[in-house]
Design a protein around this ligand. Structure first.
Ligand SMILES: Cc1cc2nc3c(=O)[nH]c(=O)nc-3n(C[C@H](O)[C@H](O)[C@H](O)COP(=O)(O)O)c2cc1C
Length: 355
């Protein structure tokens, strides 16, 4: 294969490099994978409406998220067990994100500690994704680690009280190889060689809105809720003083019978009515997808699989290449839309198809 030039090329190359069980764990979704494919297809169905005769001799992709300057409106989504993709793992991903000038969100289910990841990219902004474990003492220790190592936000994932039915993993019999250590699980002991279902079994399914106050009290870090899929919940999140939300269906890995995130975004942006920042993830494969998300009211997007494919292909350098490729695509799409910055993108820059 020639050198990869787009995210789809990286995915094909990653598939040829990874063991089938690992590739299936990364690529797969729940059930019939309708939400997984729906996410990608929904961005494709939207059409940009470019404006012409705008001076685009200088275009910047820079923006801010929760007040932090980033090189582009695209952050690295939290994805578990990155050392399955490449020995560089999460520290490599952190260096790649830092080099690309954006934020990496570290998963609770990482194969490196919050401290190791911070040390890999000192000074770079980073966020910590939190799963609330049944053992609240362990949960508190995750937040303490995030605070101690200068993570800039807690991203609480709220769409996974139970694990979605990931049929690819069932078919391949995927288990985390014994030699891959997940430090957060190691704290609980006896989780080596677990299936994804066994890993997620540590999560507390009884979590409700009433628990948010206690979670907030654990640190002064901004709290972001990831996995909001209705205007109703977006409005409740605002009432609970949450700092931002991520419109997400977990990349189609949880409930399969849901709308794509591109379809959901307008409803949620309307419900939030400018009170907090709204991010979106799921199916982002092109810079033009990012511009479409901005046009529908998102402040930024998160990309999960795209940087993972880069990591799988060539470790830290591969993840960095994918992030730089996406930034170049965003810059070009902005210029060709007649926008000199992410802030210049408006609702009029996208058309929603009739069917
Ligand atoms: C392999 C894999 C592992 C993931 N692990 C986590 C996780 O640990 N925590 C979390 O909040 N989301 C997790 N996600 C969901 C991502 O954060 C994100 O919502 C999703 O990947 C976005 O869709 P995309 O992959 O199409 O960009 C994971 C996704 C994938 C593909």
């Amino acid at each position: 294969m020639s050198d990869p030039v787009c995210v789809a090329d990286y995915e094909r190359l990653a598939e040829s490099k990874l063991e089938p069980g690992v590739f299936g764990y990364y690529a797969g979704g729940a059930g019939d994978e309708l939400a997984l494919s729906g996410n990608v297809e929904a961005w494709c169905r939207l059409r940009l409406r470019p404006r012409v005769l705008v001076d685009v001799s200088a275009v910047s992709t820079e923006t801010t998220v929760l007040g932090t300057l980033v090189s582009m409106p695209l952050l690295v989504a939290p994805t578990a067990i990155q050392r399955l993709a490449h020995p560089d793992g999460e520290p490599g991903m952190a260096r790649a994100a830092a080099a690309a000038g954006t934020i990496m969100c570290l998963s609770t289910l990482a194969t490196a500690t919050a401290e190791e990841v911070a040390a890999a990219a000192p000074g770079a902004p980073r966020w910590f994704q939190l799963y609330v474990f049944r053992d609240r003492g362990v949960t508190r220790s995750f937040v303490d680690q995030a605070v101690a190592h200068d993570y800039g936000a807690i991203v609480l994932t709220v769409d996974a009280p139970r694990l979605g039915r990931r049929e690819r993993d069932l078919r391949t019999g995927f288990r985390v190889p014994e030699e891959i250590v997940v430090p957060s699980m190691a704290a609980l002991g006896g989780w080596e060689g677990a299936t994804p279902l066994e890993l997620l079994g540590a999560i507390d399914p009884s979590l409700t809105w009433a628990d948010l106050e206690e979670l907030r009290s654990l640190s002064s870090l901004p709290l972001v809720l990831k996995g909001i899929q209705t205007g109703e919940d977006a409005a409740i999140a605002c009432e609970h003083g949450v700092d931002a939300i991520v419109v997400s269906n977990h990349g189609g890995r949880q409930l399969d019978a849901v709308a794509s995130t591109a379809e959901l975004l307008p409803e949620i942006v309307d419900a939030v009515a400018g009170r907090i920042e709204v991010y979106v993830d799921g199916g982002i494969r092109r810079g033009s997808d990012v511009v479409k998300a901005l046009a529908l009211g998102a402040r930024a997007v998160l990309a999960g699989r795209a940087p993972l494919w880069g990591l799988a292909c060539n470790g830290e350098a591969g993840a960095r290449s994918v992030l730089e490729l996406l930034q170049a695509e965003i810059e070009l799409a902005l210029a060709l839309c007649g926008c000199t910055s992410p802030e210049a993108v408006t609702r009029e820059h996208v058309a929603v198809p009739l069917s």
